[in-house]
Design a protein around this ligand. Structure first.
Ligand code: GTP
Length: 360
């Protein structure tokens, strides 16, 4: 039996307004809450019990996933009254584990989509006899991540969280947000106060001489913290670029959920998903996007690489590119929303109010 802790309590502030009413792991990607893909992948790797460490909007998880029996696994929920950070959340969730002191316990960040061989990571951890084993990947621009240089046996040499100076960039190996802890190591994390596993626990373990082992694996990996990445992850799941047992339909250029309505002459592609009760009208184009339940894309509108919130609407001949439209927002006709635009939930944008003019 393998147990896992899944960190699902962050505020998801970089994903606002999508995360104002929905915690990041519950935002739908390829038709189901992103968390469903992570749980299905964990199950496929032999994980039988997952402890969900929740905090922000904690009440929405259990009504959806219940005790996990529908997924063929056991789910337990541990909620922090105050967010305890990644390390504090791991420590608090560990109270619900049944693993013995030397057993391996998986820990997943709740916002990473990866094709990692999870069972292989556990095997590598056992072979190395490590206190903690970390999945590492390589980044072209590692500044937003935690840098983790290793020696040629995989032993971790250092941690630099979000390096600020070029001198600090000593490797392109980054912490990929999936760990195997020896259970007794979790019990050494201080209880009841905020702890960052990246900034506090790992550097302290290293300073104390513990063996931290890094496994560099360059399989598919995406951090879904920002809207563009979240939308890309959904499109990659729909197209089967990364596999998920939780995909609610066949892979292809688009996925329609039951009750989605697409008029003749509308064009869908690039891994678009259209939610229940959503409507795409004639002559509209929707590429590489997430259209949540009840949203509407009017005639002649064009939507690329964007997320349209539940019950939102995009007016006639409006173009939306690389943008987020919040739940229940209305974007009038003949607007141009471009990369990085975020329309807040319930906002009303009049007709022809926003134009994109790169030369001004
Ligand atoms: P941003 O606010 O956009 O940075 O997102 P975030 O709040 O999710 O933070 P971050 O991406 O750094 O978090 C990494 C993972 O840890 C995510 O899966 C979060 O849900 C989770 N996490 C972060 N802080 C906490 C916390 O205090 N408690 C719990 N239970 N999980 C957390």
């Amino acid at each position: 039996m393998t147990e896992a802790i899944l960190l699902a309590g962050g505020k998801g502030s970089r994903l606002r307004p999508v995360t104002l009413h929905t915690p990041k792991p519950m935002v739908p990607a390829a038709g189901v809450p992103f968390l469903a893909h992570q749980l299905a992948r964990a199950k496929a790797a032999g994980v039988t019990h997952v402890v969900l460490a929740t905090s922000y909007l904690a009440e929405v998880f259990e009504p959806y996933f219940g005790d996990g029996s529908a997924l063929g696994m056991r789910l337990t929920y541990v909620t922090e009254d105050q967010p305890l950070g990644t390390g504090g959340a791991i420590r608090s969730a560990a109270d619900a584990l049944t693993s013995g002191p030397a057993d391996p316990v998986l820990v997943f960040n709740g916002d990473i989509l990866t094709g990692l061989d999870i069972a292989g990571l556990v095997d590598a951890h056992q072979r190395a006899g490590a206190a903690v084993t970390l999945h590492l990947t390589r980044a072209d621009d590692p500044r937003e991540y935690g840098l983790v240089p290793t020696d040629d046996t995989g032993r971790v040499l250092d941690f630099t969280e979000k390096p600020q100076h070029p001198d600090e960039i000593v490797t392109d190996q980054i912490n990929a947000g999936c760990y195997v802890f020896r259970r007794e190591v979790i019990d050494t994390i201080p209880a009841g106060r905020p702890v960052s596993v990246e900034r506090e626990t790992f550097p302290q373990l290293l300073a104390a001489g513990a063996l931290l082992h890094g496994v560099v694996d360059r399989t598919y990996w995406l951090d879904l913290g920002r809207p563009a990445c979240f939308v890309k992850a959904s499109a990659d799941l729909v197209r089967g670029i990364v596999a998920s047992p939780a995909l609610p339909g066949p892979t292809g250029e688009y996925l329609l959920l039951p009750g989605a309505q697409v008029a003749d002459g509308a064009k869908l592609g690039g891994g678009t998903v259209v939610g229940a009760g959503a409507r795409i009208e004639a002559g509209a184009v929707v590429e590489g996007s997430i259209v949540l339940d009840g949203a509407r894309v009017a005639e002649g509108a064009q939507v690329y690489d964007s997320l349209l919130g539940a019950r939102s609407s995009v007016g006639r001949n409006t173009t939306v590119t690389g943008a987020v439209v919040g739940d229940d927002a209305e974007v009038g006709s003949a607007n141009e929303l471009t990369d990085g635009a975020r329309v807040w939930c319930d906002a009303r944008i009049p007709d022809a109010a926003i134009r994109f003019s790169p030369d001004c």
